[in-house]
Ligand binder design. Structure first.
Ligand SMILES: [Zn+2]
Length: 298
Protein backbone atom coordinates (compact mmCIF):
# COMPACT_ATOMS: atom_id res chain seq x y z
CA UNK A 1 0.00 0.00 0.00
CA UNK A 2 2.80 2.38 0.98
CA UNK A 3 4.65 1.71 -2.27
CA UNK A 4 1.85 2.87 -4.54
CA UNK A 5 1.28 5.97 -2.39
CA UNK A 6 4.99 6.72 -2.83
CA UNK A 7 4.78 6.20 -6.57
CA UNK A 8 1.94 8.70 -6.84
CA UNK A 9 3.74 11.05 -4.46
CA UNK A 10 6.97 11.00 -6.46
CA UNK A 11 5.23 11.31 -9.82
CA UNK A 12 3.26 14.33 -8.58
CA UNK A 13 6.46 15.89 -7.24
CA UNK A 14 8.15 15.29 -10.59
CA UNK A 15 5.20 16.80 -12.38
CA UNK A 16 5.17 19.88 -10.14
CA UNK A 17 8.88 20.45 -10.46
CA UNK A 18 8.82 20.03 -14.23
CA UNK A 19 6.02 22.58 -14.47
CA UNK A 20 7.88 24.93 -12.15
CA UNK A 21 11.09 24.70 -14.13
CA UNK A 22 9.61 24.67 -17.62
CA UNK A 23 11.16 27.46 -19.58
CA UNK A 24 9.74 29.17 -22.58
CA UNK A 25 12.23 30.71 -24.95
CA UNK A 26 10.76 33.92 -26.23
CA UNK A 27 11.49 35.35 -29.62
CA UNK A 28 13.76 37.95 -28.05
CA UNK A 29 15.91 35.11 -26.68
CA UNK A 30 15.13 35.70 -22.98
CA UNK A 31 13.85 32.81 -20.89
CA UNK A 32 10.61 33.22 -18.98
CA UNK A 33 9.24 30.64 -16.56
CA UNK A 34 6.05 29.30 -18.09
CA UNK A 35 3.89 28.46 -15.05
CA UNK A 36 6.17 28.88 -12.09
CA UNK A 37 4.11 31.72 -10.70
CA UNK A 38 0.87 29.70 -11.13
CA UNK A 39 1.85 27.03 -8.58
CA UNK A 40 3.33 28.44 -5.40
CA UNK A 41 5.16 26.42 -2.76
CA UNK A 42 2.03 26.69 -0.58
CA UNK A 43 -0.12 25.19 -3.30
CA UNK A 44 2.36 22.37 -3.84
CA UNK A 45 2.18 21.61 -0.13
CA UNK A 46 -1.61 21.52 -0.29
CA UNK A 47 -1.57 19.02 -3.13
CA UNK A 48 0.88 16.82 -1.25
CA UNK A 49 -1.14 17.05 1.98
CA UNK A 50 -4.28 15.94 0.24
CA UNK A 51 -2.40 13.07 -1.35
CA UNK A 52 -1.34 11.80 2.03
CA UNK A 53 -4.69 12.25 3.74
CA UNK A 54 -6.61 9.19 4.91
CA UNK A 55 -9.46 9.99 2.58
CA UNK A 56 -7.22 9.75 -0.44
CA UNK A 57 -5.65 6.63 0.98
CA UNK A 58 -9.01 4.85 1.18
CA UNK A 59 -10.14 6.08 -2.19
CA UNK A 60 -7.06 4.84 -3.95
CA UNK A 61 -6.15 1.65 -2.15
CA UNK A 62 -7.71 -1.68 -1.33
CA UNK A 63 -9.29 -0.76 2.03
CA UNK A 64 -9.30 -4.34 3.25
CA UNK A 65 -5.51 -4.04 3.68
CA UNK A 66 -5.85 -1.25 6.22
CA UNK A 67 -8.92 -2.84 7.86
CA UNK A 68 -7.52 -6.30 8.42
CA UNK A 69 -3.74 -5.73 8.39
CA UNK A 70 -1.78 -8.96 8.30
CA UNK A 71 -4.53 -11.07 9.86
CA UNK A 72 -5.20 -13.71 7.21
CA UNK A 73 -6.60 -17.00 8.51
CA UNK A 74 -7.56 -19.92 6.24
CA UNK A 75 -9.51 -21.79 8.93
CA UNK A 76 -11.37 -19.50 11.34
CA UNK A 77 -14.52 -17.72 10.21
CA UNK A 78 -14.02 -14.83 12.61
CA UNK A 79 -10.37 -14.59 13.67
CA UNK A 80 -10.73 -10.84 14.36
CA UNK A 81 -12.94 -10.87 17.47
CA UNK A 82 -13.70 -7.18 17.09
CA UNK A 83 -16.65 -6.07 19.22
CA UNK A 84 -19.30 -4.03 17.45
CA UNK A 85 -18.82 -1.20 19.94
CA UNK A 86 -15.18 -0.81 18.97
CA UNK A 87 -15.84 -0.58 15.23
CA UNK A 88 -15.07 2.84 13.80
CA UNK A 89 -18.14 4.88 12.95
CA UNK A 90 -18.51 5.37 9.99
CA UNK A 91 -16.69 3.21 7.47
CA UNK A 92 -17.57 3.57 3.81
CA UNK A 93 -17.72 0.44 1.65
CA UNK A 94 -17.16 1.69 -1.88
CA UNK A 95 -17.56 0.34 -5.41
CA UNK A 96 -20.48 -1.94 -4.57
CA UNK A 97 -21.73 -1.59 -8.14
CA UNK A 98 -19.58 -4.52 -9.27
CA UNK A 99 -21.98 -6.78 -7.30
CA UNK A 100 -23.12 -10.09 -8.82
CA UNK A 101 -25.95 -11.94 -7.07
CA UNK A 102 -24.64 -15.35 -5.91
CA UNK A 103 -27.72 -17.29 -7.05
CA UNK A 104 -30.98 -15.99 -8.48
CA UNK A 105 -33.82 -17.70 -6.63
CA UNK A 106 -36.27 -17.07 -3.80
CA UNK A 107 -35.30 -16.28 -0.22
CA UNK A 108 -36.43 -19.05 2.11
CA UNK A 109 -35.12 -17.74 5.43
CA UNK A 110 -34.28 -14.26 6.64
CA UNK A 111 -31.40 -12.85 8.66
CA UNK A 112 -32.02 -12.62 12.41
CA UNK A 113 -32.96 -14.73 15.45
CA UNK A 114 -34.26 -18.17 14.50
CA UNK A 115 -34.73 -21.46 16.32
CA UNK A 116 -32.85 -20.39 19.41
CA UNK A 117 -29.81 -18.94 17.69
CA UNK A 118 -28.88 -16.00 15.53
CA UNK A 119 -29.20 -16.79 11.82
CA UNK A 120 -26.39 -14.61 10.49
CA UNK A 121 -27.27 -14.90 6.81
CA UNK A 122 -30.00 -15.16 4.23
CA UNK A 123 -31.03 -18.52 2.73
CA UNK A 124 -31.71 -18.75 -1.00
CA UNK A 125 -33.36 -21.81 -2.54
CA UNK A 126 -31.48 -23.66 -5.28
CA UNK A 127 -31.08 -26.98 -7.05
CA UNK A 128 -28.08 -29.07 -6.07
CA UNK A 129 -25.39 -28.37 -8.63
CA UNK A 130 -26.39 -24.76 -9.36
CA UNK A 131 -23.43 -22.39 -9.74
CA UNK A 132 -22.69 -20.09 -6.80
CA UNK A 133 -21.15 -16.81 -7.93
CA UNK A 134 -18.81 -14.53 -6.03
CA UNK A 135 -20.49 -11.25 -5.01
CA UNK A 136 -17.48 -8.90 -5.29
CA UNK A 137 -13.83 -9.16 -6.30
CA UNK A 138 -11.35 -10.31 -3.69
CA UNK A 139 -9.40 -13.28 -2.39
CA UNK A 140 -10.64 -16.64 -1.07
CA UNK A 141 -9.83 -16.86 2.63
CA UNK A 142 -11.55 -20.14 3.54
CA UNK A 143 -12.47 -22.96 1.13
CA UNK A 144 -13.70 -25.87 3.23
CA UNK A 145 -14.68 -29.10 1.49
CA UNK A 146 -13.39 -31.56 4.03
CA UNK A 147 -15.56 -34.69 4.41
CA UNK A 148 -15.53 -34.15 8.19
CA UNK A 149 -17.82 -31.15 7.64
CA UNK A 150 -20.36 -32.95 5.49
CA UNK A 151 -22.93 -32.93 8.27
CA UNK A 152 -21.65 -30.06 10.43
CA UNK A 153 -22.52 -26.37 10.53
CA UNK A 154 -22.08 -24.64 7.18
CA UNK A 155 -21.04 -27.92 5.52
CA UNK A 156 -18.77 -27.19 2.55
CA UNK A 157 -18.35 -23.45 2.48
CA UNK A 158 -16.29 -20.57 1.10
CA UNK A 159 -15.35 -17.23 2.67
CA UNK A 160 -14.04 -14.45 0.44
CA UNK A 161 -12.41 -11.28 1.67
CA UNK A 162 -13.29 -8.52 -0.74
CA UNK A 163 -11.16 -5.55 -1.76
CA UNK A 164 -13.99 -3.26 -0.58
CA UNK A 165 -13.59 -4.40 3.05
CA UNK A 166 -16.52 -6.80 3.33
CA UNK A 167 -16.31 -10.56 3.65
CA UNK A 168 -18.94 -12.93 2.26
CA UNK A 169 -19.72 -16.53 3.18
CA UNK A 170 -21.37 -19.17 0.96
CA UNK A 171 -22.56 -22.25 2.86
CA UNK A 172 -23.96 -25.77 2.30
CA UNK A 173 -22.24 -26.28 -1.08
CA UNK A 174 -22.08 -29.69 -2.72
CA UNK A 175 -18.73 -28.87 -4.32
CA UNK A 176 -16.13 -26.15 -3.73
CA UNK A 177 -14.33 -25.03 -6.88
CA UNK A 178 -11.82 -22.54 -5.44
CA UNK A 179 -8.71 -22.81 -3.27
CA UNK A 180 -7.63 -20.71 -0.29
CA UNK A 181 -5.63 -17.60 -1.31
CA UNK A 182 -7.08 -17.68 -4.83
CA UNK A 183 -7.94 -14.28 -6.30
CA UNK A 184 -11.51 -14.01 -7.55
CA UNK A 185 -13.61 -11.51 -9.47
CA UNK A 186 -17.28 -10.64 -8.98
CA UNK A 187 -19.26 -13.29 -10.84
CA UNK A 188 -16.61 -16.02 -10.67
CA UNK A 189 -18.03 -19.43 -9.77
CA UNK A 190 -16.97 -20.42 -6.25
CA UNK A 191 -18.70 -23.78 -6.11
CA UNK A 192 -21.94 -25.66 -6.61
CA UNK A 193 -25.00 -25.38 -4.40
CA UNK A 194 -26.09 -28.22 -2.19
CA UNK A 195 -27.28 -29.25 1.24
CA UNK A 196 -24.13 -30.17 3.20
CA UNK A 197 -23.87 -29.31 6.88
CA UNK A 198 -26.88 -28.61 9.06
CA UNK A 199 -29.37 -28.14 6.27
CA UNK A 200 -32.82 -29.52 5.56
CA UNK A 201 -32.78 -29.05 1.80
CA UNK A 202 -30.68 -27.57 -1.01
CA UNK A 203 -30.07 -23.85 -0.40
CA UNK A 204 -27.34 -21.26 -0.23
CA UNK A 205 -26.64 -19.70 3.14
CA UNK A 206 -25.23 -16.27 2.23
CA UNK A 207 -23.59 -13.97 4.78
CA UNK A 208 -22.03 -10.55 4.54
CA UNK A 209 -19.59 -9.62 7.29
CA UNK A 210 -17.50 -6.63 8.32
CA UNK A 211 -14.52 -7.31 10.61
CA UNK A 212 -16.09 -10.63 11.53
CA UNK A 213 -19.48 -9.22 12.49
CA UNK A 214 -22.47 -10.11 10.31
CA UNK A 215 -24.52 -7.41 8.58
CA UNK A 216 -27.97 -8.14 7.16
CA UNK A 217 -27.30 -8.42 3.39
CA UNK A 218 -30.67 -6.74 2.84
CA UNK A 219 -29.02 -3.49 3.95
CA UNK A 220 -27.49 -3.24 0.49
CA UNK A 221 -28.89 -6.08 -1.65
CA UNK A 222 -32.35 -6.17 -3.25
CA UNK A 223 -33.24 -9.87 -3.09
CA UNK A 224 -36.39 -9.43 -5.19
CA UNK A 225 -34.49 -8.10 -8.19
CA UNK A 226 -31.09 -9.68 -7.39
CA UNK A 227 -29.24 -6.36 -7.58
CA UNK A 228 -27.22 -4.08 -5.34
CA UNK A 229 -29.12 -1.12 -3.84
CA UNK A 230 -26.28 1.42 -3.64
CA UNK A 231 -22.77 2.18 -4.88
CA UNK A 232 -21.54 2.96 -1.39
CA UNK A 233 -22.62 1.59 1.97
CA UNK A 234 -21.89 3.23 5.32
CA UNK A 235 -21.11 0.77 8.09
CA UNK A 236 -22.47 2.20 11.34
CA UNK A 237 -22.85 0.62 14.76
CA UNK A 238 -26.48 1.69 15.04
CA UNK A 239 -27.85 0.65 11.66
CA UNK A 240 -25.56 -2.09 10.37
CA UNK A 241 -25.66 -4.34 13.42
CA UNK A 242 -29.07 -3.47 14.86
CA UNK A 243 -30.52 -7.02 14.81
CA UNK A 244 -27.39 -8.53 16.34
CA UNK A 245 -27.17 -5.88 19.06
CA UNK A 246 -30.83 -6.33 19.90
CA UNK A 247 -30.34 -10.10 20.07
CA UNK A 248 -27.34 -9.69 22.39
CA UNK A 249 -29.26 -7.26 24.62
CA UNK A 250 -32.29 -9.56 24.95
CA UNK A 251 -31.14 -13.11 24.30
CA UNK A 252 -34.36 -14.55 25.82
CA UNK A 253 -35.06 -17.97 27.33
CA UNK A 254 -34.84 -21.18 25.32
CA UNK A 255 -36.26 -24.65 25.42
CA UNK A 256 -34.82 -27.72 23.69
CA UNK A 257 -37.50 -29.56 21.73
CA UNK A 258 -38.21 -33.16 22.76
CA UNK A 259 -39.88 -35.96 20.83
CA UNK A 260 -43.65 -35.60 20.84
CA UNK A 261 -43.61 -31.85 21.63
CA UNK A 262 -46.11 -29.51 20.01
CA UNK A 263 -46.10 -25.72 19.97
CA UNK A 264 -49.24 -25.56 22.10
CA UNK A 265 -47.73 -27.87 24.70
CA UNK A 266 -44.47 -25.85 24.79
CA UNK A 267 -46.47 -22.61 25.03
CA UNK A 268 -48.58 -23.93 27.91
CA UNK A 269 -45.57 -25.22 29.78
CA UNK A 270 -43.87 -21.81 29.53
CA UNK A 271 -46.99 -19.75 30.28
CA UNK A 272 -47.04 -18.12 26.86
CA UNK A 273 -48.94 -18.46 23.56
CA UNK A 274 -48.25 -20.23 20.28
CA UNK A 275 -48.54 -16.86 18.56
CA UNK A 276 -45.88 -15.32 20.79
CA UNK A 277 -43.48 -18.25 20.26
CA UNK A 278 -44.01 -18.03 16.48
CA UNK A 279 -43.19 -14.30 16.56
CA UNK A 280 -40.09 -14.75 18.73
CA UNK A 281 -38.73 -17.50 16.48
CA UNK A 282 -40.12 -16.12 13.22
CA UNK A 283 -41.74 -19.44 12.40
CA UNK A 284 -45.21 -20.49 11.31
CA UNK A 285 -47.55 -22.34 13.68
CA UNK A 286 -47.27 -25.27 11.27
CA UNK A 287 -43.45 -25.40 11.49
CA UNK A 288 -42.04 -28.88 11.98
CA UNK A 289 -40.55 -29.34 15.46
CA UNK A 290 -37.30 -31.27 15.37
CA UNK A 291 -36.19 -32.87 18.63
CA UNK A 292 -32.88 -31.39 19.81
CA UNK A 293 -33.50 -27.97 18.25
CA UNK A 294 -33.78 -24.98 20.52
CA UNK A 295 -36.76 -22.71 20.50
CA UNK A 296 -37.13 -19.33 22.15
CA UNK A 297 -39.97 -19.18 24.64
CA UNK A 298 -39.62 -15.66 26.10
ZN1 LIG B 1 -28.95 -20.07 6.55
Amino acid sequence: MKRSINVVFISILTMLSSIATAQETKEDGSNKPMMASAISIEEQKLVIDSLLSEEFDEELENPSDSLYGNLWDNATLNPYQVSIDSIRDTFVIRHLDEYVHPIENVVTSEYGPRWGHFHAGIDIRLHTGDSIKCAFSGKVRIARANKAYRRKGYGYFVVVRHDNGLETLYGHMSKVLVKPDQKVKAGDILGLGGSTGRSTGPHLHFETRFKGNPINPRQFVDFDNNVILCDEYYVTKEESFKELREYKRHPGRYYTIRKGDSLSRIAKRHHTTVNRICKLNRIKATAKLRPGKRIRVS
